[in-house]
Design a protein around this ligand. Structure first.
Ligand code: SF4
Ligand code: SF4
Length: 586
């Protein structure tokens, strides 16, 4: 049957057709929709893990039990999962195990644009790279065959365009003849004490050498001969850009990007006059081709930074720019928190207090944006608390009370709690604000261990963040209403003045939360145009529902868009002229 699927949907379908038993992930753009589509197949036990390391460990357990497992994450998530990944390369698998890394060239929604092809080489595991949704499905299935045939985890790398782009896919029925999982003991293979691991290292090297030889005959690597004057080695979405911009060029299209099919590369290089590599980000293929002693051009034409596009490819090859379609005249929309977002009051207060805010990854990273402008650092998931500990160790005594770490509920459970343990254990006095909005909001409102529901929407135990903080040794844990500015100022001031570790947990949910009854919209707020003096104080919270109506010859007045306002009441608290109040009815 033919369907139009995104790359993420096709991977989910491929997992189903491959007879996968277990799927685990931590949400992260552009990988999130893989698990969100896998839940359509009840044959697969799918779950959100608290972080990517745990997700991979769940997959490893399922594989060692003999079931096929798929684990998905964005590129930076592989950094978190790297510890088990490198040793998994040594143990190998029982049931096939596929790790998806969804990379984000151009940083559409990420803190860096690392090229995760290096992980495959570094961890010594094979990596497949599809070019469209059909290949996402086919390569997912192939990955399980390679995994079981060569006793190895397999990585599949997508990029944002492949994950989210849609193309026609031919689907088929799932396999039915896989062995039933059951407990199997093989400690020499699965217990990586040095004595066992030393032997397994030889197995790993032999496996990669076998795969490199076999790669020349794998159908996912193919030579497309056209004009022999120009030969291009490429993979992933770059293949389509090459076909669009340089349709006459001969192409070696790689589906397996690690290990590279070196014999096939030599054969292709011998057939063409000038050889190029067209690849996004790092010269991963180019450097290995050069190491074969083959002359090749690549990164002297194309940037190391950002996404490749047909336009950039044209520019690199000195071709005239294609005619651009006229851009629609849309208003600029800088990223912003939602109207009524419970984080806004906290950041407004921190800005007023001139706090040094050690930030983290989540919607609340937008606290960095004006007019809130209240975030000073943001490095990676869970780093805010550890970084706050670090900074208070070096700054003068009188500056220490200015340091605050902010972190969301999901990020706190991801890796932030470890930073809090360290903060308490090593007596680095600082204040931590857990912005608990009851959901993993940034990636699209996924459940997490504190939200009370699983990915399959079953009610479940919910981590008590207050008790958890107490359990790691925090003596001062307070709950705060982030929509009450006076309370925010009082509680944050008191806790920042405390020369000990303290935690403040906010208690208002995300305004977009899906579950019934968790978020309750308040009455709509309105501005009385006669009372508004045009002082602009209400604009300082940056609520998208508050608009500015310029006045003729005077300052202008504020106006609240009734469609956007959620009735959070924060703007009313800022207006000294009592010009803002509840509308009589919504
Ligand atoms: S804070 Fe009040 S007076 Fe000032 S602009 Fe806003 S609505 Fe008008
Ligand atoms: S009450 Fe004010 S701050 Fe809250 S959503 Fe409405 S306009 Fe925005």
């Amino acid at each position: 049957m033919k369907e139009t699927l995104s790359g993420n949907e096709a991977i989910a379908r491929g997992a189903y057709e491959a007879g996968v038993k277990v799927a685990s992930a931590y949400p992260g753009t552009p990988s999130t929709e893989i698990l969100e589509n896998i839940v359509r197949y009840p044959e697969i036990n799918a779950s959100w893990a608290p972080n990517e390391k745990v997700a991979l460990e769940v997959g490893i357990g399922a594989s060692f039990g003999g079931g096929r497992a798929i684990v998905a994450m964005k590129h930076v998530g592989v950094n978190v999962a790297a510890d088990p990944l490198f040793t998994l390369s040594y143990t190998g698998v029982k049931g096939g195990l596929l790790l998806i890394t969804a990379d984000d060239p151009e940083l559409h929604s990420s803190q860096n644009e690392q090229d995760n092809r290096h992980y495959a080489r570094f961890a010594k595991v094979p990596m497949l790279e599809p070019s469209d949704s059909q290949e996402c499905l086919d390569f997912t299935k192939l990955a399980f065959e390679i995994s079981e045939r060569y006793d190895t985890p397999v990585m599949l790398r997508t990029t944002t365009r492949i994950s989210h782009g849609k193309s026609v896919v031919e689907t088929s029925a799932p396999v039915t003849d896989l062995p039933q999982p059951h407990l199997m003991r093989d400690p020499a293979k699965y217990v990586m004490l040095p004595g066992n691991a030393r032997k397994r290292h030889f197995v790993v090297e032999q496996r990669m050498s076998d795969l490199a030889k076999d790669a020349a005959t794998l159908p996912v690597n193919r030579i497309e001969m056209r004009d022999a004057s120009m030969g291009i080695i490429t993979s992933g979405v770059s293949y389509h850009y090459v076909r669009e911009v340089l349709p006459e060029a001969s192409v070696l299209k790689l589906g397996l990007v690690h290990p590279l099919p070196l014999d096939l590369i030599r054969e292709f290089a011998g057939k063409v006059e000038t050889l190029y590599v067209v690849e996004e980000l790092d010269p991963f293929i180019e450097e290995q081709v050069k190491a074969l002693g083959i002359a090749v051009k690549g990164k002297e034409l194309l940037s190391l930074c950002g996404e490749l596009t047909p336009g950039r490819l044209r520019q690199g090859f000195g071709l005239p720019a294609a005619q651009q379609m006229a851009a629609e005249d849309l208003p600029g929309r800088p990223p912003n928190m939602c109207p009524g977002c419970p984080h806004r009051g906290v950041f407004y207060t921190l800005n007023r207090m001139k706090a040094y805010v050690s930030g983290d990854i989540g919607c609340y990273t937008l606290g960095f944006m004006p007019p809130l402008s209240a975030m000073d650092t943001c490095v990676c998931m869970g780093a805010s608390i550890g970084m706050a500990s670090g900074v208070v160790k070096v700054i003068p005594e009188e500056e220490r009370s200015k340091v605050v770490a902010v972190i969301g509920d999901s990020t706190f459970l991801h890796t932030g709690v470890n930073g809090l343990m360290d903060m308490v254990y090593n007596k680095a006095a600082s204040t931590v604000i857990i912005l608990d909005n009851r959901i993993t909001a940034m990636t699209g409102r996924q459940e997490n261990p504190a939200s009370g529901h699983t990915l399959m929407d079953d009610p479940t135990f919910s981590v008590d963040l207050h008790m958890l903080c107490k359990a790691v040794g925090v003596q001062h844990v307070r709950t705060m209403n982030p929509l009450d500015l006076a309370e925010c100022e009082k509680v944050i001031t008191e806790e920042m003045a405390r020369p000990e570790v303290s935690v403040i947990i906010t208690n208002k949910p995300c305004v977009l939360i899906k579950r019934e009854g968790v978020f309750k919209k308040g009455p709509c707020y309105v501005v009385d145009p006669l009372s508004c003096t045009g002082c602009r104080a209400c604009l300082k919270i940056g609520c998208p529902a508050i608009q500015w109506l310029p006045g003729e010859g005077k300052k202008g007045i504020a106006h609240i868009d009734a469609l956007l306002c959620t009735g959070c009441d924060v703007c009313r608290q800022l207006c000294k002229f009592s010009a803002i109040g509840e509308a009589n009815e919504r």
